[in-house]
Design a protein around this ligand. Structure first.
Ligand SMILES: [Zn+2]
Length: 157
């Protein structure tokens, strides 16, 4: 990746961040629960993803191929994050959505790789869910690339 490409990526990330409906520059002042609490209710893999910003291997979640109508909830706190009508097959190996329920997710810039990415987390429990990209389909052109193992799918009855 050359310097010009890095600048373009940074610029696109900032535009995407500002356009996301849940922009938050600083950590919320909410009184989030301690790690000891989450270790009791989450599996080690869920804890790694949600509390340590981990990433599951691609194609490892059965929700990747889930096509039924229903709701996708945060597995830690049951907040509704996505509806099945927002899901699409991105081919990346992670459940992907072009939109989310308003105010259900918050975003911040993540500098873990060479270039900045936008990470997003549950607005209620602060658990990390995935990264937001600007290569999604119409009408939003957004791609919420979510770890499937931290989602709970509730099929419509
Ligand atoms: Zn949550």
């Amino acid at each position: 990746m050359n310097r010009r490409h890095v600048i373009v990526v940074i610029f696109k990330s900032i535009v995407l961040l500002l356009s996301s409906n849940s922009f938050a520059l600083s950590a919320s002042k909410k009184n989030f629960k301690e790690d000891s609490y989450w270790k009791k209710i989450l599996t080690p893999e869920q804890f790694k993803i949600l509390r340590m910003s981990g990433t599951e291997p691609p194609f490892s979640s059965k929700l990747n191929n889930e096509k039924r109508e229903g709701e996708y909830l945060c597995i830690a706190c049951n907040t509704k994050l996505f509806h099945s009508s927002m899901k699409y097959d991105s081919g990346t190996g992670w459940p992907s959505f072009f939109d989310c329920y308003k105010s259900s997710l918050k975003t911040k810039i993540d500098f873990k790789l060479v270039y900045p990415r936008i990470e997003y987390h549950c607005a209620v429990c602060n658990g990390h869910h995935g990264h937001l990209f600007s290569d999604g389909p119409k009408p939003t052109f957004k791609r919420y690339c979510n770890n499937g193992k931290v989602l709970k799918f509730i099929a419509k009855m």
